[in-house]
Write a protein that binds this ligand. Structure first.
Ligand SMILES: Cc1ncc(C[n+]2csc(CCOP(=O)(O)OP(=O)(O)O)c2C)c(N)n1
Length: 346
């Protein structure tokens, strides 16, 4: 705020008021909440990487760092009873849906107190009470599940939407096309959110996907409405999603979002942040549009928050993540007989 700015009775500067008139969906509580959710995912995942290096977490660990704005912006537009489902890069979606960080960390540790009693691990988080219907490890394998969930809610005449998150690498797969076809044919209330981070493991989209220049074109070819958005800008994601959710809930059929993003880390913990398939310079270039940085700049420049707010949020989130690790570490491993529970054998 500059010296000539005047404060209005609500404590906002005139420049903040002007911005709010242009972007009526912004208020202090909202924007700080969005920032907190992204910060929680970021700090939780940084801590998971540390725990992986200490061998507290086994198996695969795929981090979502850099892509947080998509999960947070999208889920902010949902009702608590709507469904969400995602692939193996799922910690961010699950935390954004409101799952308890202690139970999520315990699941990564393979502990009995984990979201799935320690039997799912990082790639298979499920929190049914929060309508988070899972992380799935088979690329594109959950897209038909999302279509099925949407079919079930329509069949039961419920006014719910299902959001399905997946990477652009799923688009060339057969099941993605079958699912898009049925969703379009039956006008199902499903929103496909393609998180286009430009790489599938160590292969760039240009080298693997014929439609890489217009991934959303796959959906349009089935008559599904589609839009490409900036997946690094959480406010843009949330505002587009609010309109899309309203439209889909209103019975207009499915929608496809291609959210352009970038993963700052390697594909998984076994891949260095910038392997042989991309340069350090490219990663650094994208880091300039870090979603946390972008939102922080907006909040400060509109006087919706101060440096003190960010210090406070860091402290709060830091405590939550520390407590999550302590909970996971002190929890017991599942007993051996648990192996035979939750197993379907007919
Ligand atoms: C059907 C299938 N084929 C191959 C793999 C191995 N695989 C794991 S992740 C991955 C890349 C997927 O990239 P994308 O869908 O863009 O998601 P991202 O990892 O970039 O989030 C591949 C090929 C798999 N898990 N499932």
């Amino acid at each position: 705020m500059n010296e000539t700015d005047q404060m209005n009775p609500s404590g906002q500067s005139s420049s903040a008021r002007l911005f709010i008139m242009i972007m009526p969906n912004m208020d202090r509580v909202d924007v700080l909440f969005l920032y907190r959710q992204m910060l929680l995912i970021r700090r939780f995942e940084e801590k998971s990487a540390e725990m992986y290096a200490l061998a507290k977490i086994a198996g695969f660990l795929h981090l979502y760092i850099g892509e947080e704005a998509i999960a947070v912006g999208t889920i902010a537009a949902l009702r608590p009873d709507d469904y969400a489902i995602s692939a193996y890069r799922d910690h961010g979606h699950c935390l954004a849906r409101g799952s308890d960080p202690g139970h999520v960390m315990a699941e990564l540790f393979g502990k009995a107190t984990g979201l799935c009693q320690g039997k799912g691990g990082s790639m298979h988080l499920v929190d049914a009470p929060r309508r988070f219907m899972g992380g799935y490890a088979i690329v594109g394998g959950h897209i038909p599940l999302a279509t099925g969930l949407a079919f079930a809610t329509k069949y039961q005449k419920l006014d719910l939407v299902t959001v399905c998150f997946f990477g652009e690498g799923a688009i060339p797969s057969g099941q993605a096309h079958e699912a898009l076809n049925l969703a379009a044919l039956w006008k199902l209330p499903v929103i496909f959110v393609c998180e286009n981070n430009r790489y599938g493991m160590g292969t760039s989209a240009e080298r693997a996907i014929a439609l890489y220049a217009d991934v959303a074109g796959a959906a349009r070819s089935y008559g599904i409405m589609a839009e490409r958005i900036d997946g690094m800008d959480v406010l843009a994601v949330r505002d587009v999603m609010r309109k899309v959710v309203e439209q889909v809930r209103g019975g207009k059929g499915p929608f496809f979002i291609e959210a352009m993003t970038y993963r700052f880390m390697g594909h998984s913990m076994s891949d260095p942040a910038h392997g042989h398939y991309r340069t350090k310079e490219e990663v650094e270039e994208h880091r300039k549009r870090d979603p946390l940085l972008l939102l922080k700049e907006t909040i400060l420049s509109t006087d919706l928050g101060t440096e003190a707010d960010f210090i406070q949020l860091e402290r709060e989130v830091g405590e939550v993540v520390t407590a999550a690790v302590k909970f996971a570490d002190e929890s017991p491993f599942p007993v051996l007989s648990e192996l035979y529970n939750d197993v379907l054998a007919e």
